[in-house]
Design a protein around this ligand. Structure first.
Ligand SMILES: *[C@@H]1O[C@H](CO)[C@@H](O)[C@H](O)[C@H]1NC(C)=O
Ligand SMILES: *[C@@H]1O[C@H](CO)[C@@H](O)[C@H](O)[C@H]1NC(C)=O
Ligand SMILES: *[C@@H]1O[C@H](CO)[C@@H](O)[C@H](O)[C@H]1NC(C)=O
Length: 767
């Protein structure tokens, strides 16, 4: 999103103008069509009749429009059609982790000065709690509707970002649920359903519209001069099908998302927004998207000026529309669609399709049902934004996501009564905006780490460096504090100057002199030293991991508006940490070896590429995917799992060769191939806690399959000494299948090893 600087500048000017306009009118009314109270003649139009079928209403509307009016509704700043009582609509709002001010259709004002700012997605993902993902979506959509009702937001929000966090350097990894397709898919489905689903259960209507982006294989922003506007992601069919596409597929098919956004990059030589196979073929025909395909912002212009995909903007407009784009974030379609039609490059029927998908979305949102104050969410308003309950959920999300990476006995939790003074040191120790990360809104308020910790004990504060870049360290005061305090919390890491949209990292070590600051104050300290890493991506902190003076390490992501309070709850033992890393933390040597532009998930012996993510990379890690400690310990026992599964099918029917290693995962093979795995888990520690049970499998080593893949996970709350049986329903084709070199789903025959914690169980699949 937010392509070139000039687009940003325009968006900024527009938002300033609109904000002033808003103050000038001071009406705070939402935008909507079919205002029958004001204009009774609109009553005669079928498209305004909320009792009719939506597809009929769309047809009725589109047949009344001139070509110019249709074209005006192919772009994010859609034109009004005054003669039909349709105001201009701004399609671009964002709500990645709270209503954001990034999209030009959303504003904060004196009426709504802030919205609840949840942790950046990577930390929420670390909670592995699907209920939490959905609940956050519900709260965000409630606040979004409330802001719409007072004219401060649109109804279509271009979130979530479900790209796979493939490479640790990616500046936007923070926006994603991490490196695993299963977790990312589950996050996408839960969050989208939370945003979109209405309380009255009307499946065809939407609370707000979500959007899964950026389709597809988009995860390079700007690395060593390679930027997303020029990047051609070379992706194998196999990686496409078992890594990059699954979150989008789940988002559309299980989440029923109303929109997918195509990305800036090319995939295998074609810009994604001009690829009819990817858009019409996969999203529309195979996955049956019910909604609209949007381009990324200005990505049609990028196709012309950066990818040089065609020689004229008319050809680009035609390619995008013909490929399946319905809405253009930007202006290319506004200016060049007419020329494309006149030049015979695109048919009017294609424009009708696009504009119909757009209007249908707005109808499902109630935009054509007259005054929203009389509709289902009409009573929401500023009182429903930043409520205590919503802010409590932001705090809860941060607590549930924070990951305890190291804890020497006797370190955490700290007992407040035993601490006369706590040294709080580091460039991130008292930050506000850093806690919010990318796609920020204006939060209701902030609790910084220093403020959070100071609420429980007396603190002494010293930043140690001017900012996270930490070019110069100020050691003297910091060491004095360290030596005088009973314990120390060091808050280090990064911020958006290090990792962000258009900013990929080159190194994954702590920036600047942070290591020096940490080791110096740690050796000066006399009590426990708690190192807190605030960052989106993983950091090579091996020296801190190995340093015995550093007694605990916590990763807090970018923890949102209540981050400091959540940190304090964990530091002082009021909350038992349960987050687990949603991505591998690699050593610096990894990024020195691997070009970020290498999209291959799988290792390659010839080139020396070690592969990406816990599924394929088998080298040294700083911390692995799924890692995280607790103040309790948990033990697992296998209660039930089959050792043999027979696939009731004739070998001659399905195997081409005699040494048949796998069979196609087709309907007649897959029917009823399900089994249960039951695990008993017990909290053998002294503190109540939440525990995540991960079920992994290692398939037989054929088709270059993953060495290990997450089949499913469940999170349970357990009292001290409590035990519980956790049950997984495993569908052989869905969970145990692998993807072959041609991108086809196969059931691998032979030994699959199931893993839960330290348990391993062997399952044989036979015909
Ligand atoms: C427009 O539609 C006609 C009739 O279906 C078809 O023959 C023609 O190829 C289409 N033109 C374009 C540019 O797709
Ligand atoms: C910590 O940050 C808050 C919020 O920006 C600020 O009000 C406060 O003065 C800072 N505290 C110190 C000790 O610098
Ligand atoms: C998951 O999150 C919800 C919502 O915050 C919470 O009520 C529940 O306890 C969490 N589940 C676990 C197992 O921690």
């Amino acid at each position: 999103m937010a392509a070139n600087p000039h687009v940003l500048a325009i968006a900024f000017i527009l938002s300033v103008l609109s904000t002033q306009w808003m103050y000038a009118t001071a009406q705070n009314l939402p935008l909507f069509a079919c205002d029958i109270d004001k204009n009774p003649t609109l009553k005669s139009f079928s498209f305004c009749d909320a009792s009719l079928d939506i597809k009929l209403r769309v047809k009725d509307l589109v047949k009344r429009l001139t070509m110019e009016e249709k074209i005006g509704n192919l772009v994010n700043k859609a034109s009004s059609v005054d003669r039909l009582g349709i105001p201009g609509y701004g399609w671009w709002s964002e709500a990645l982790h709270g209503v954001s001010k990034t999209g030009p259709a959303t504003f904060f004002s004196r009426v709504v000065a802030g919205a609840t700012s949840f942790p950046q997605v990577i930390l929420t993902a670390a909670s592995f709690n699907e209920t939490l993902f959905k609940t956050i979506g519900q709260v965000v959509s409630t606040e979004a509707r409330a802001m719409y009702n007072v004219g401060l937001a649109g109804l279509t929000f271009w979130s979530p970002n479900v790209n796979i966090f493939r490479d640790p350097r990616w500046g936007r990894g923070q926006e994603t649920p991490g490196e695993d397709p299963t977790l990312t898919s589950k996050y996408a489905v839960a969050f989208v359903r939370g945003l979109q689903e209405r309380d009255d259960g009307d499946k065809n209507r939407l609370k707000v519209g979500a959007c899964c982006k950026h389709y597809t294989a988009y995860d390079v922003d700007n690395w060593k001069g390679v930027d997303r506007y020029h990047f051609n992601a070379v992706v194998t069919k196999q990686d496409m099908e078992d890594t990059f596409q699954p979150p989008f597929k789940s988002c559309v098919m299980d989440g029923n998302v109303v929109s997918v956004m195509c990305s800036y990059n090319e995939v295998n030589g074609k810009p994604t927004c001009a690829d009819p196979d990817l858009l019409k073929g996969v999203i529309r025909d195979n996955w049956k998207l019910n909604g609209y395909v949007s381009s990324d912002c200005d990505s049609l212009d990028v196709m012309l000026t950066a990818h040089h995909w065609e020689k004229t903007p008319e050809k680009i407009a035609a390619d995008a529309l013909n490929a399946g784009v319905d809405l253009n974030c930007g202006d290319s379609l506004r200016f060049h669609t007419e020329g494309a039609i006149k030049g015979g490059l695109v048919n009017e029927s294609v424009v009708d399709r696009a504009v119909s998908n757009n209007f249908e979305t707005l109808m499902r949102l109630g935009f054509f049902d007259g005054n929203p104050s009389k509709q289902i969410y009409g009573n929401l308003g500023p009182k429903d934004v930043c409520t205590l309950a919503n802010q409590e959920l932001a705090l809860e999300a941060a607590r549930q996501g924070i990951v305890l990476l190291k804890n020497t006995p006797g370190s955490l939790p700290l007992l407040p009564s035993a601490i006369k003074s706590l040294a709080v040191i580091g460039p991130n120790a008292n930050v506000t905006e850093t806690m919010i990360g990318n796609y920020a809104g204006i939060p209701c308020q902030y609790t910084t780490p220093l403020q959070g910790l100071s609420a429980s004990v007396k603190t002494l504060y010293e930043p140690g460096c001017l900012n996270v870049k930490c070019d110069i360290v100020q050691l003297d005061n910091a060491k004095k504090l360290a030596a005088s305090a009973d314990a120390m919390v060091l808050v280090m890491g990064s911020d958006l100057s290090i990792e962000a949209e258009t900013v990929d990292r080159v190194d994954i070590t702590l920036p600047g002199q942070q290591n020096l600051l940490i080791s110096e104050v740690a050796s000066a300290s006399k009590g426990p030293v708690i190192l807190v890493i605030m960052s989106g991506g993983g950091m090579d902190i091996r020296s801190e991991k190995e340093n015995p003076k550093i007694t605990s390490i916590l990763w807090v992501g970018f923890p949102g508006e209540a981050g400091g309070a959540a940190l304090a709850d964990i530091v002082f033992g009021r909350f038992n940490p349960s987050g687990r890393l949603p991505m591998t933390w690699y050593p610096q040597s990894f990024v020195e070896k691997v070009a970020m532009t290498n999209m291959n998930m799988r290792p390659n012996l010839k080139t020396g590429h070690p592969g990406y993510s816990y599924r394929f990379y088998n080298g040294e890690t700083v911390y692995p995917f799924g890692y995280g400690l607790s103040y309790s310990s948990y033990v697992h026992h296998l209660v039930k799992a089959p050792s043999l599964m027979l696939i009731p099918i004739d070998k001659a029917q399905v195997c081409a060769s005699s040494e048949c290693e796998s069979i196609d995962a087709v309907e007649r093979v897959c029917r009823n191939l399900v089994f249960d795995v039951k695990i008993r888990v017990m909290n053998v520690g002294e503190m109540e806690g939440s525990h995540i049970v991960f079920l992994f499998s290692s398939p037989p080593p054929i088709h270059n399959a993953a060495r290990k893949q997450l089949l499913d996970f469940q999170k349970v709350v357990l009292d001290s000494q409590q035990r519980m049986v956790v049950s997984f329903r495993i569908d052989v084709c869905k969970h145990l299948s692998v993807v072959d070199e041609d991108g086809n789903k196969k059931v691998a025959l032979g030994e699959h090893v199931l893993h839960v914690g330290d348990l391993q169980h062997s399952l044989n699949l036979k015909i």
